[in-house]
Write a protein that binds this ligand. Structure first.
Ligand SMILES: O=c1ccn([C@@H]2O[C@H](COP(=O)(O)OP(=O)(O)O[C@H]3OC[C@@H](O)[C@H](O)[C@H]3O)[C@@H](O)[C@H]2O)c(=O)[nH]1
Length: 423
């Protein structure tokens, strides 16, 4: 059982706010991301009769913990997987048509997008995911494929897209510094043209439009913590500019459509976020450190480790995005957790928590990683912490998850991925 920052048990996430009920049991969500994607079996499985195979499969689809588990089977002898569809979908809320929204989630197969999709699906809405799968992956939402309320479309938002919908969550854009710098021109095209296309869609359909902007619009900040009315300190020609300036121009476009065309807009500025389904090769600090510690490799701290970041768990972020979408607030709103660490402290914390989880899971003498120092990437912000006064006042939102609780859950997620051989 997880405890929130006040020591109360976390049983559900979400809330009934602004006429929109976003409450979901945390155990239901966990069953979607902590389940293995496939199940390994004995090497001579092929020699069993179809009936024996069916009985074996059925072991994995009964019982509360594995209710919605895939029946796909891993064949270690020839390193292949036989995929099947889910035998049952998790129950979704039955909403009256007037309350059921048609929601478009761009980037819905990404790390944050997939958690938002889980929530909206369980809440009973009709969800369409648009993703080009550059950093997202079909496996993050594959448990919904075939559900009548769900649609997944491979599409790049830099091309126009037409659909009828009531709400658009526009998340599509690589978010990890190594990924967004991999093809800087494509990143800025995604931010500019992708947002232009989705705003055009919102204008035509009169859908409410929420863009996920970023704390990176504040650049290397000279104000600490960062409130929404701080204009930022961004190097417009540096290696991070494709993302920072891309998101800044995306915000400018959003308010342009709002003022000129009356598009109903919401702007979330997301601070560093972590959680299960973060791609293990994402390259951001939380996934890097956990995987290095789990493998017993050295933990790579860039620079002297004195730079700071503040980390929020993904369920808090999804709460914030849903509250913002359904509120009346059209100004930008910071969504982040104020728990600030130096990267050196964070490396030590992750190392300790990985050792703790390993010991709890019966691993004797797990290796304690060393810390090694690597060069600081150019323009890396020296400090970052959100001022979340506005989110508290206008959304009644505050982070509930402690960093420690979130890291432990993420360690268990990566451990499960490693055990099933998919990482
Ligand atoms: O292995 C690593 C990775 C990262 N780091 C450091 O850890 C800090 C955090 O780095 P990350 O790559 O996780 O993320 P950053 O804070 O630089 O950027 C993030 O900001 C907010 C979001 O919008 C984006 O997800 C991302 O751009 C940086 O100071 C980085 O230099 C390490 O010390 N070691």
């Amino acid at each position: 059982m997880s405890k929130d920052k006040e020591g109360k048990d976390i049983v559900t996430v979400g809330a009934l706010k602004f006429g929109f009920d976003s409450r979901v049991a945390i155990d239901t969500l966990r069953s979607l991301y902590l389940r293995p994607h496939y199940v390994s079996t004995v090497a001579d499985f092929e020699n069993e009769t179809p009936k024996e195979q069916e009985e074996f499969h059925s072991l994995f689809v009964r019982g509360s913990a594995t209710d919605y588990q895939s029946k796909s089977i891993f064949h270690p002898n020839d390193n292949s997987i036989s995929y099947t569809t889910l035998s049952r979908f998790p129950p979704v809320k039955l909403l009256p048509p007037a309350n059921r929204k048609r929601v478009l989630v761009t980037g819905g197969a990404g790390f944050v997008g997939s958690h938002l999709v889980d929530r909206l699906m369980l809440l009973g809405h009709e969800v369409t995911v648009l993703d080009n799968f550059f950093t997202g992956s079909k496996t993050t939402v594959s448990h919904w494929v075939g559900h009548p309320n769900f649609e997944m479309i491979r599409h790049d938002v830099i091309e126009p897209f037409m659909i009828e919908c009531d709400q658009i969550y526009h998340l599509a854009c690589p978010a990890s510094p190594p990924h967004y710098q991999f093809n800087a021109v494509k990143t800025i095209k995604t931010s500019f043209m992708g947002t232009l296309n989705m705003l055009g869609l919102a204008k035509r359909t009169k859908a409410r439009f929420l863009i996920t902007s970023t704390s990176e619009v504040y650049g290397d900040p000279e104000v600490h913590p960062q409130p929404e009315d701080y204009w930022g300190h961004v190097n417009p020609i540096g290696p991070r500019a494709c993302y920072d300036e891309g998101k800044r121009v995306a915000e400018t476009l959003t308010y342009g459509f709002h003022r000129q065309d009356g598009v109903d807009v919401r702007v979330a500025r997301i601070f560093n976020t972590f959680g299960p389904r973060m791609n293990p090769y994402d390259g951001r600090v939380v996934s890097n450190f956990i995987i290095q510690a789990l493998k017993g490799e050295d933990i790579t701290v860039y620079g002297d480790g004195k730079q700071t970041r503040s980390f929020q768990y993904v369920h808090d972020l999804v709460d914030g995005l849903i509250y913002l979408m359904n509120s009346d607030e059209t100004r930008p709103v910071n969504i982040g957790n104020g728990d600030e660490f130096t990267i050196q402290q964070f490396a030590e914390l992750v190392r300790d928590l990985v050792v703790k989880v390993q010991q709890e899971d019966g691993v004797e003498n797990p290796r304690r990683s060393d810390i090694k120092y690597e060069p600081m990437p150019p323009d890396d912000p020296q400090m970052r912490r959100p001022d979340t006064t506005r989110a508290k006042e206008v959304l009644g939102w505050q982070p509930r998850w402690t960093v420690k609780m979130g890291i432990e859950e993420m360690v268990r997620y990566y451990k499960a991925k490693m055990a099933e051989g998919s990482m």
